[in-house]
Design a binder for this molecule. Structure first.
Ligand code: ZN
Length: 329
């Protein structure tokens, strides 16, 4: 994030209800972590396979496209089971009805999730285009921003796209229909107005915008940004403030569990939750939506995590688990 979403001063984090920190309601956290250790190991092994020989930090490899988007049964579903070349086929074998395509299964079957990879790696070369002002209802803002980088040059837009692909795979494995707002298939953007519109027009059950922060070294940890109640022009968040908070709390709790990261130490009062009224992507959303700032790219310790494919897999899994908790019950 950054620039578009210029950081509120640390004290503005007090807008989060201090009496409702997400972690106080999760007394089973330690037990849950212990129980999930084998699963985490399995996930790590899978990540190793996907990522190749290991973490090189600065050279993220593209994931195989949609490697888990269809179950083997869906992918290979064939009408009937009689070998077509069998000479006995027509005469003695009862006609086998052609099965309908297998419906998506899992807790997110029938649900649509829009995943918004923050920024675009091409934005740095298209500053005139992304600097255009767009109407976010409550005011005007730049169409999009470049995002930040680690000190060694790993771009936030690379990070957000990688995590978004992993998140898509995790959600599809749970039966969800997943829509990405872009797939690095355009030179810049989309504008924040279009990013919001994609979620609205998909009638998404949940929308998550993936980011990483770019603040001073020593500031560490993640936070989830929730929409404030705003009304103006095309912006009216009155109907999404409540469900978005629940979505955000679910994501924060699960993200902490899967990654081991702590809530941000520089805003949010240690809750990992921040409410903002200045983000077009939230103000213009009519669907439950949050942003997640997964860590601080300008802090060396956070950057070591953000540049690790294994850590990014954990991050995506935590976000996915939060969405399952929100939508799947
Ligand atoms: Zn960002």
């Amino acid at each position: 994030m950054r620039k578009d979403d210029s950081a509120p001063p640390p004290e503005s984090g007090s807008s989060v209800s201090p009496d409702r920190p997400w972690f106080t309601r999760r007394s089973t956290l330690v037990v849950g972590v212990a129980a999930l250790a084998p699963a985490a190991l399995a996930g790590w092994v899978l990540t190793q396979v996907l990522a190749g020989s290991g973490s090189d930090g600065q050279q993220p490899r593209p994931l195989p496209a949609s490697h888990s988007s269809l179950s083997p049964g869906q992918r290979d579903a064939k009408p009937g089971s009689t070998p077509s070349g069998s000479p006995a086929a027509g005469a003695s074998t009862p006609a086998t009805p052609v099965p309908a395509p297998a419906p998506a299964k899992g807790p997110l079957a029938g649900k649509t999730v829009v995943v918004d990879p923050g920024h675009n790696t091409g934005n740095f070369k298209h500053t005139d285009e992304i600097d255009q002002q767009v109407d976010i209802g409550t005011g005007h803002k730049e169409c999009d921003t470049t995002g930040t980088t680690t000190n060694s040059g790993y771009m936030e837009a690379e990070f957000t796209y990688d995590v978004s692909l992993r998140l898509r795979a995790a959600l599809e494995a749970q039966g969800a229909k997943v829509v990405l707002t872009h797939q690095q298939d355009r030179p810049w953007g989309p504008c924040i107005t279009e990013r919001a519109r994609i979620g609205n027009e998909a009638n998404a059950d949940a929308v998550v915008s993936v980011h990483a922060d770019g603040v001073s070294a020593g500031s560490r940890g993640f936070h989830v940004i929730l929409p404030a109640k705003v009304k103006g022009g095309a912006a009216d968040t009155s109907k999404i403030v409540g469900p978005s908070r629940e979505l955000g709390e679910r994501i924060a709790g699960n993200f902490a569990r899967t990654t081991g990261s702590a809530p941000a130490n520089y805003l949010g009062g240690g809750t990992g939750l921040v409410v903002r009224d200045d983000l077009g992507g939230l103000n213009l959303s009519t669907r439950p939506k949050v942003f997640i700032e997964c860590g601080n790219m300008r802090d060396a310790k956070d950057a070591a995590q953000l540049t690790s494919p294994e850590w990014r897999q954990k991050a995506a899994q935590g976000i996915a688990d939060g969405i399952v908790g929100f939508l799947g019950g």
